[in-house]
Ligand binder design. Structure first.
Ligand code: NAP
Length: 328
């Protein structure tokens, strides 16, 4: 099968079109023919080993000491079940599905196997394969951070910094789903986008520093790494939570975090989603409550260009790779 592979760390041109064997499903797995996948910030980090401050030394431990352990990037996909292992009961050949492989990657290819009880769900019928492929990465990061770690509640005021990115566009919609009001911090170019997906207000960070407005929020959800607690402490309400999605090693260790007595909290780490969460997001999307945001669509073979664009740090929502081009 065709796959985009990277055999060494580096820039976008570390990624090459390759021919690799089609994986065989184990008894409990399905084989999916991939029709669309995405290039995300996770692919950029795994490919370049550019990690948040303090994590540099861990990069090779996680992704491979001398070279990438998993040569095929891609954390999410949409496609059609091609065949099933003999023990599989939940899916059958021909089912249209979405799947999230997260840190196991492997979606920038024509086929991928998934355990039937893993992060795989039926594709919402109202979405195209490109839209469906863009559902999970942002949402499955924003959902556990907001719902499980920050315990978002109805009426909360949420500030999303980096609101136009893959995680930010999901955070806006999930916050609204839980009954919060959302202020989006973005640049002028992306104001209309963030308002169109549910933000109540938008602040252009090139003109206004939200920390100087005197306003306060229950949750500050920062995907950009530009809002340490020291910068936003006064912008958090009593009991307020800073969610540092792009947390530094020091933040993971709790350095610079407030004391318990302050009642404020810094939340960071890794978002842990489960298969129910994937079905939850798919249902929201089927009901029109969650809309994947697609910036650009490339062919799988043009993944180098897609990586170049993702590397700019300016993408809006998702950058899609269309894997099969011959379908109707
Ligand atoms: N902890 C975890 O488990 C976890 C999971 C997923 C992702 N992450 C991390 O989260 C970060 C964001 O991921 P992503 O996929 O959302 O990235 P992304 O899609 O590449 O984000 C790009 C967006 O960020 C916006 N942006 C850049 N600088 C900004 C600033 N100073 N203020 C406001 N907006 C700004 C850009 O908008 P403008 O062009 O308007 O500036 C652009 O639309 C990454 O660092 C990623 O590694 C962590």
């Amino acid at each position: 099968m065709k796959a985009m592979t990277y055999r060494q760390y580096g820039g976008p041109d570390a990624v090459r079109l390759s021919e690799v064997p089609i994986p065989s499903p184990k008894p409990n797995e399905v084989l999916i023919r991939i029709l669309a996948t995405t290039v995300t910030s996770a692919d950029w980090r795994a490919r370049s080993l550019r990690l948040p401050a303090g994590f540099g030394v861990f990069g090779r431990l996680v992704f491979g000491i001398t070279r990438p352990r998993q040569p095929i990037l891609g954390t999410e996909l949409a496609g059609i079940v091609e065949s099933i292992g003999r023990e599989v009961t939940r899916f059958r050949a021909g089912d249209e599905v979405i799947a999230f492989t997260g840190g196991r990657f492997g979606c920038h290819a024509e086929y991928r196997t998934m355990a039937e009880d893993g992060m795989i769900a039926l594709k919402p019928a109202n979405l195209t394969f490109e839209e469906a492929a863009s559902l999970s990465f942002g949402a499955l990061n924003a959902l556990p951070f907001l719902r499980d770690k920050a315990r978002i509640g109805r009426g909360d005021r949420v500030l999303v910094v980096g609101a136009s990115g893959g995680v930010g566009t999901a955070a806006i919609q999930i916050s609204r789903h839980f009954g919060a009001s959302v202020t989006a911090v973005t640049s002028k170019t992306n104001m209309a986008l963030v308002l169109s997906i549910g933000a109540d207000r938008a602040i252009d960070y090139t003109e206004v520093d939200f920390t100087t407005t005197g306003e306060t929020w229950d949750i500050i959800f920062d995907t950009t790494g530009t809002v340490p607690f020291s910068r936003c402490e006064k912008s958090l309400k009593p009991g307020g939570r800073l969610v540092a999605v792009q947390g530094t090693f020091m933040q993971w260790l709790g350095v610079g975090s407030p004391s318990n007595a302050s009642g404020k909290q810094v939340i960071t780490g890794v978002a842990r989603a489960n298969p129910d969460d994937l079905r939850y997001i798919a249902n929201l999307s089927a009901g029109g409550e969650f809309k994947p945001v697609i910036d650009r669509i490339y062919r799988l073979e043009d993944a180098v260009e897609a990586h170049e664009y993702v590397d700019t740090g300016r993408k809006r929502g998702s950058v899609v790779l269309r894997v099969a081009t011959d379908r109707k």
